[in-house]
Write a protein that binds this ligand. Structure first.
Ligand SMILES: NC(=O)c1ccc[n+]([C@@H]2O[C@H](COP(=O)([O-])OP(=O)(O)OC[C@H]3O[C@@H](n4cnc5c(N)ncnc54)[C@H](O)[C@@H]3O)[C@@H](O)[C@H]2O)c1
Length: 422
């Protein structure tokens, strides 16, 4: 049933009705993106513009891609992770005329093949999540660069990679670090990852969190959210950090802080969210308790060492969907969720709709910002202007029925002056 013969590559086009139901459901809870869509539908700012996206192809993303199409763009898309694709949503997108190439569980080769297909439209704008598409363009599709005005990047790991490209002088077009907008990381990374990571773990394992020792590796924006929600579920939370300031913050937020070699001995559930490699590895697996759960919320599946798990295991099996059991020589069993890929997307539906409402509103506005400003932007990594961040926050507050205080003229003058004192 896999169909790659037309302007799309989908598992089964007949799944589209289910995909439409999902997209319809989430769009009801995405008022900011809905407002932008209405405006874009009227103005058609992307008429004649080609946009290629590499994103987690699930229902909220679908609403962003449909918004760009409604704005007049020709849109193509591929997955940003082989396990986060929802085949029914992809089928709906294909039906809507989006050139989408993605199948859940695709191999590494198919993943890149599909990314190349999405790039074949010759994009003016790229929307990336993890910087794989931008990286592929710079390494293998340089013939496309002249037509590319710029790109926007969704996540921390992608921004780190793009800053490395800028530092090494190889970045060839401007990139907007959407991740670094306040209305992105303060909400998406913290409250989005905080909730959806637990959604993935609980759905997949059907286990109790209360009374467990939960080890959160990395106390960045994602780690803070995961730790906060673990406490709410009744766990004892242990934070593992390399940054002394963040470690101190974790302690004063009320969590235990210790190195991984100590946490490994007492943890029941381990969750990585660092953007780094091999944070949990052989020496840690060797001292873990029987039956521990290992999950990752960071962008790539390298935070928990799968090669070390495979080397230590005498038997590898699949006790439930999305759970891999590694049985060690001494009989202990370690359970890895979703092959170590982002557990909230590979084992659940990703962030809540209300969160992606803001992140994708920023993506839509970033695309417009690139279109309007690309001639004056350098090949560098930029953050979005504060006005766009505030606009997203204001629409969101309005949709939530919340009014905020306004500065009086006297207060504005007071804050701007330096003459006053005691
Ligand atoms: N699952 C999702 O939906 C989702 C959403 C947003 C971001 N992300 C990804 O999650 C990762 C973290 O993002 P963030 O915004 O929290 O980043 P961040 O930079 O704010 O935090 C990462 C933290 O990890 C720490 N760290 C690095 N190496 C470590 C190690 N070996 N042991 C312990 N701590 C270590 C850093 O000091 C830092 O405090 C990134 O890969 C990002 O792309 C995932």
């Amino acid at each position: 049933m896999v169909d790659c013969t037309k302007d799309y590559c989908v598992k089964d086009i007949s799944l589209a009705p289910e995909g439409w139901k999902k997209i319809d459901w989430v769009s009801r809870f995405m008022p900011v993106l809905r407002a932008i869509r209405e405006d874009f539908e009227r103005r058609k700012p992307f008429k004649g513009v080609k946009i290629a996206a590499t994103l987690h192809l699930e229902m909220k993303t679908a609403f962003l891609l449909l918004t760009l199409k409604a704005a007049g763009a020709e849109v193509s898309a591929a997955a940003s992770n082989p396990l986060s694709t929802q085949d029914d949503v992809v089928a709906a997108l294909a039906e809507a005329g989006i050139k989408v190439y993605a199948i859940r569980g695709e191999t590494r080769e198919e993943y890149y093949e599909n990314m190349h297909r999405a790039l074949d439209i010759g994009p003016n704008i790229i929307i990336d999540d993890g910087a794989d598409m931008v990286s592929v363009v710079h390494r293998e599709r340089q013939e496309l660069i002249d037509e590319i005005w710029g790109a926007s990047e969704e996540t921390t790991t992608g921004v780190i990679r793009l800053r490395a490209m800028e530092r090494d002088g190889v970045l060839r077009f401007p990139v907007i670090a959407v991740n670094d907008a306040y209305t992105k990381y303060l909400f998406d990374n913290r409250y989005g990852t905080g909730q959806s990571t637990w959604d993935g773990i609980i759905r997949t394992t059907n286990l109790l969190i209360a009374g467990k020792n939960v080890v959160v590796v990395g106390y960045g924006w994602c780690g803070r959210g995961i730790a906060m929600r673990a406490r709410g579920l009744g766990a004892t939370v242990i934070v593992v950090e390399v940054d002394p300031i963040r470690a101190l913050e974790a302690r004063m937020d009320g969590f235990l802080v210790m190195p991984m070699r100590e946490a490994a001995k007492i943890g029941d559930i381990f969750i990585t969210a660092t953007g780094n490699i091999n944070c949990i590895r052989r020496e840690h697996f060797e001292v873990m308790k029987d039956g521990v759960i290992l999950a990752n919320a960071g962008h790539f599946d390298v935070e928990i060492s799968k090669p070390d798990l495979e080397a230590l295991a005498v038997e590898i099996s699949q006790p439930r969907p999305n759970i891999t059991e590694y049985r060690l020589a001494d009989g202990r069993r370690l359970y890895l969720l979703a092959e170590g890929r982002l557990v909230n997307l590979a084992a659940a539906d990703g962030h809540p709709a209300e969160i992606m409402d803001m992140s994708f509103a920023l993506q839509a506005k970033a695309a417009e910002y690139i279109k309007e400003n690309h001639e004056r932007l350098e090949p560098k990594v930029y953050t979005l202007p504060r006005e766009i961040d505030e606009m997203v926050a204001r629409i969101k507050l309005r949709a939530m029925g919340i009014e905020i205080e306004e500065l009086t003229e006297e207060q504005k003058r007071y804050l701007e002056s330096w003459e006053h004192g005691t």
